[in-house]
Design a protein around this ligand. Structure first.
Ligand SMILES: Nc1ncnc2c1ncn2[C@@H]1O[C@H](COP(=O)(O)OP(=O)(O)OP(=O)(O)O)[C@@H](O)[C@H]1O
Ligand SMILES: [Mg+2]
Length: 354
């Protein structure tokens, strides 16, 4: 989707190009965001239409203005911090909605994103859903999608907050725009059910991807007084790949490193060019933290989908990163010492542009 399609239509309190309007475009469905004080902080026109309510009246309204079964599910997610996916919501007058309720944790609070679809949706959407079901199991895909939306939203929220504090800032606005495009690309790809399209692979400069990812986390890094050490030695730093996917893989590793550390930790990111088993040139990205480390019995389970030791984790970050690495003919290795820290290495075939 091009950025000119990112305009906002609903009654949301967020400005144009916001995640709500983006999701709305991606899924042709209604979206409501419930804020920290259990008030509706944004809703799209379609969401209000689905609920047969006046959009303007829903904004800032309490949860009790929503149909009781929906409000109950939102409360459940607020309590458990867990997503509820594709639940049927009876509306009383022989109509029903399908709702997915996704918790989004920011550094300050928990927000709830509610995605509403009519059960009598378009045949194309129904057909796509059936294909999704056949291909991979809707549950896993929805959860995987929720995971990436969550990661993207953390970055977007952080920058939107900063923008609001600082007034207009073109550099930061550009970062928000790029993140929105990334989420959009992911969602679109999932809706097309395509395996990554190799034809879409381009020459990617890994140092740029790393710098961009680290900039998105700058807020968390400085908030935890973490010292960031960068040693970029790979030369050239280019690989063939999908830059949005590679950023996703690296962000998952970087976020895990940050989450493993308390204050005053050291995050080391270095790159090098090495020789692989068959003497082929590889670009290796090493992400090392001084965090809690990983218990030996957990090491072999790390890449299993849904394996997590975190209260609010989905356990999908590493599974997704590994899948992306494999799709780029690469691999991820890990070394860890409990109490000292961990090091994750992503190796990719090096590529020299001619
Ligand atoms: N750098 C790290 N230091 C310590 N433990 C880690 C590190 N990276 C991953 N882990 C362990 O691996 C588990 C799985 O990580 P993964 O990224 O797949 O999911 P998660 O981080 O728990 O959840 P999510 O990515 O959805 O937030 C984590 O719960 C944690 O126990
Ligand atoms: Mg993770």
């Amino acid at each position: 989707m091009s950025s000119d399609k990112l305009g906002s239509k609903g009654c949301g309190g967020l400005s144009g190009g916001n995640p709500v309007s983006l999701l709305q475009e991606c899924f042709a469905c209604g979206v409501i965001v419930v804020g920290a004080r259990k008030r509706i902080v944004a809703c799209t026109a379609e969401a209000a239409e689905h609920l047969h309510q006046d959009a303007a009246k829903l904004l800032n309204a309490p949860l009790s203005s929503l149909p009781a079964p929906l409000a109950k599910l939102i409360q459940e997610t607020v309590r458990s911090g867990k997503a509820i996916l594709n639940r049927e919501i009876p509306l009383g007058h022989a109509t029903a909605l399908r709702a997915s309720i996704l918790p989004v944790t920011t550094h300050k609070s928990l927000e709830i994103v509610v995605v509403l679809n009519s059960l009598t949706s378009t045949p194309v959407f129904e057909q796509n859903l059936r294909r999704l079901d056949r291909l991979a199991g809707l549950g896993t895909l929805s959860a995987s999608m929720a995971h990436e939306i969550k990661n993207g939203m953390v970055a977007i929220k952080t920058f939107v907050d900063l923008l609001a504090q600082k007034g207009q800032d073109t550099e930061l606005t550009e970062v928000v725009g790029r993140e929105l495009e990334r989420i959009n690309a992911l969602a679109t790809q999932m809706l097309r059910f395509a395996a990554p399209n190799r034809a879409a692979f381009t020459t990617v400069r890994i140092h740029d991807v790393l710098d961009h990812s680290l900039r998105l986390m700058q807020h968390q890094i400085s908030g935890k007084l973490i010292s960031l050490q960068r040693h970029y030695k790979a030369d050239p730093d280019t690989v063939r790949g999908d830059d949005a996917q590679l950023q996703q893989a690296l962000m998952n590793l970087l976020l895990n490193a940050l989450e493993a550390m308390g204050t005053n930790g050291v995050l080391t990111v270095n790159t090098e060019t090495v020789k692989g088993e068959r003497s082929e040139r590889q670009l290796r990205i090493n992400i090392q933290d001084t965090g809690v480390g990983i218990a030996p019995e957990n090491l072999e389970r790390l890449f299993e989908p849904f394996f997590t030791t975190k209260t609010n984790g989905t356990g999908l970050g590493l599974a997704i990163s590994q899948r992306i690495a494999l799709e780029h003919h690469g691999s991820i290795r890990v070394q860890s010492e409990p109490g000292k820290g961990s090091a994750f290495s992503l190796s990719l075939p090096a590529f020299t542009a001619v």
